[in-house]
Design a binder for this molecule. Structure first.
Ligand SMILES: Cc1cc2nc3c(=O)[nH]c(=O)nc-3n(C[C@H](O)[C@H](O)[C@H](O)COP(=O)(O)OP(=O)(O)OC[C@H]3O[C@@H](n4cnc5c(N)ncnc54)[C@H](O)[C@@H]3O)c2cc1C
Length: 452
């Protein structure tokens, strides 16, 4: 790193997934890092509770944890999911690979990953953690941040010449910037909420469903998904509208919950002995998309992770995108020799289009997961896409681009539009159900390619 920036101080607000990873990167560059986190220290307090217990990690996430030096550790407890297992109402199963042989997304424990990141950050003598500290106010002009010490109920103000706001979708730092002139901000809540449920392990500790898949029960306007955990359990998430004919508001007692699961998810329900306890014990949470710009304040404060770009979880990319923020920032730090007056504006400007693009792709994937995965035309399209990818290796299905490559998200979004156009033509070919590997498909593909 550039010596003139050695021993500079950086403040990180939020020690969630992105904040703790970014702290590791800063520490490696020799910064004195102060990390302020509202929650208690999970290294001593444990990490039970909180949102979704597991997450799907893919290429962008792996790349970042590799740079942080903890890939091997995480890999040991990550469960590969090479495809989706779709469950029909009658219990029929269809397996659909996510990519080529050897490609998989991985189920990792949110708490376990956060803990590893905190552990590794904690090994650096130049990192100081302040847990139970809530960011209460930001004095942008100076800049200084005021934290509330939640243990003593006292306020403390710290000088912060360089601030990284990794305090999530409801970022307090962003809220301070939001009040300034020409800052754009939108938030959008989905009509659907989610609730986490559980499929416990068999008595012998084994998984009750095939652990090498992400399980989906697509039911049109709603769905249930399940990701395996290393302890033999599955974390299930029910995505359902808040209101309407089939919705959370209609599930008012054990009888209605039972009837709902028996009707739509009977094969899953058979493995959910704690369903009613989980259903009433776990909150119904909302899903928000946040877009804002600029992601910075005067080259001294930078929003990263969900604080800059909170998205719906249907592409499994929120954390992956936040981790990619860290990889990109780190590369810019090297390239621009630690000159934050250039790194911050360049990052904020270059990355914004990617944040917007993955937000859009995630919304589109919601429709695909809950609805189209059960549609024969959609399954056919997936088959043809895989076939084209095999025959023409430079043709990358968009899912592959997003999940198994580091192609910028805005390029993947552009490609999604283009491929939608391609498949509209292919699926209109006569007898395509039988001729999906035929000459006709290749001709349309070649024409589409030439059109650019
Ligand atoms: C149901 C669901 C499933 C998901 N599945 C996936 C998936 O499969 N794959 C994937 O890549 N992503 C997934 N995501 C997205 C992922 O959870 C987020 O993108 C990721 O957690 C963002 O990390 P972050 O560190 O930016 O924010 P957060 O994880 O929200 O962390 C923010 C941290 O800041 C702290 N904080 C907040 N306010 C303050 C304050 N005022 N002062 C001090 N500290 C504060 C919080 O306590 C927290 O520790 C999912 C999200 C949901 C809701």
């Amino acid at each position: 790193m550039n010596k003139s920036f050695a021993h500079k101080k950086a403040v990180v607000v939020g020690a969630g997934l992105v904040g703790s990873l970014w702290t590791v990167f800063l520490a490696r560059h020799g910064y004195d890092v102060e990390v302020y986190e509202r929650r208690s220290d999970m290294r001593t307090a444990g990490y039970s509770g909180g949102r979704s217990i597991n997450l799907a990690m893919s290429e962008r996430g792996w790349k970042a944890v590799e740079k942080a030096g903890i890939r091997e550790k995480i890999e040991k407890v990550a469960i590969p999911m090479p495809g989706r297992m779709m469950h029909s109402v009658s219990g029929d199963l269809t397996f659909q690979p996510y990519g080529k042989a050897g490609e998989a997304i991985y189920s990792v424990s949110r708490g376990g990953l956060n803990l590893e990141l905190l552990n590794i950050a904690g090994t650096y003598p130049n990192v100081r953690f302040f847990f139970d500290h809530r960011c209460a106010d930001v004095d942008l002009e100076n800049p200084r941040i005021t934290f509330e010490d939640l243990k003593t109920n006292t306020l403390k103000t710290v000088e912060a010449p360089l601030i990284f706001a990794a305090d999530g979708a409801f970022s307090a730092v962003r809220y301070a910037i939001q009040k300034t002139d020409r800052f754009n901000y939108t938030q959008f809540y989905l009509d659907h909420g989610y609730k986490e449920l559980c499929i416990p392990p068999n008595p012998d500790g084994s998984h009750r469903l095939d652990p090498s898949a992400l399980h989906i029960w697509p039911r049109g306007n709603f769905m249930l998904i399940a990701l395996p955990n290393a302890d033999g359990s599955f974390t299930c998430t029910l995505f359902l509208p808040f209101e309407g004919e089939i919705s959370f508001e209609k599930l008012t007692d054990n009888a209605s919950v039972d009837a709902f699961f028996r009707t739509y998810f009977s094969d899953a329900m058979a493995h959910m002995p704690t369903l009613s306890d989980d259903f009433w014990g776990n909150p119904t949470s909302s899903l928000i998309t946040v877009k804002c710009a600029p992601w910075q304040w005067q080259n001294r404060i930078l929003l990263i992770g969900d604080a800059a770009h909170a998205i719906v979880p249907f592409y499994g990319q929120g954390m992956n995108a936040g981790f990619e923020d860290c990889t990109i920032l780190d590369a810019l730090h090297d390239e621009l020799e630690g000159d934050w007056s250039r790194i911050i504006p360049q990052f904020a400007q270059q990355r914004k289009a990617d944040g917007d693009a993955i937000a859009e792709l995630a919304q589109r994937n919601f429709i695909e997961m809950r609805d189209l995965v059960a549609d024969p035309k959609f399954l056919l399209r997936k088959k043809i896409a895989a076939h084209l990818h095999e025959r023409h290796p430079d043709f990358l299905p968009v899912y592959t681009m997003v999940t198994f490559s580091n192609t910028p998200y805005h390029v993947a979004l552009r490609e999604d539009d283009a491929q939608n156009h391609l498949f509209k033509q292919i699926l209109n070919l006569e007898n395509i159900e039988n001729e999906w590997m035929g000459e006709g498909v290749d001709e349309v593909y070649q024409r589409w390619k030439k059109e650019g």
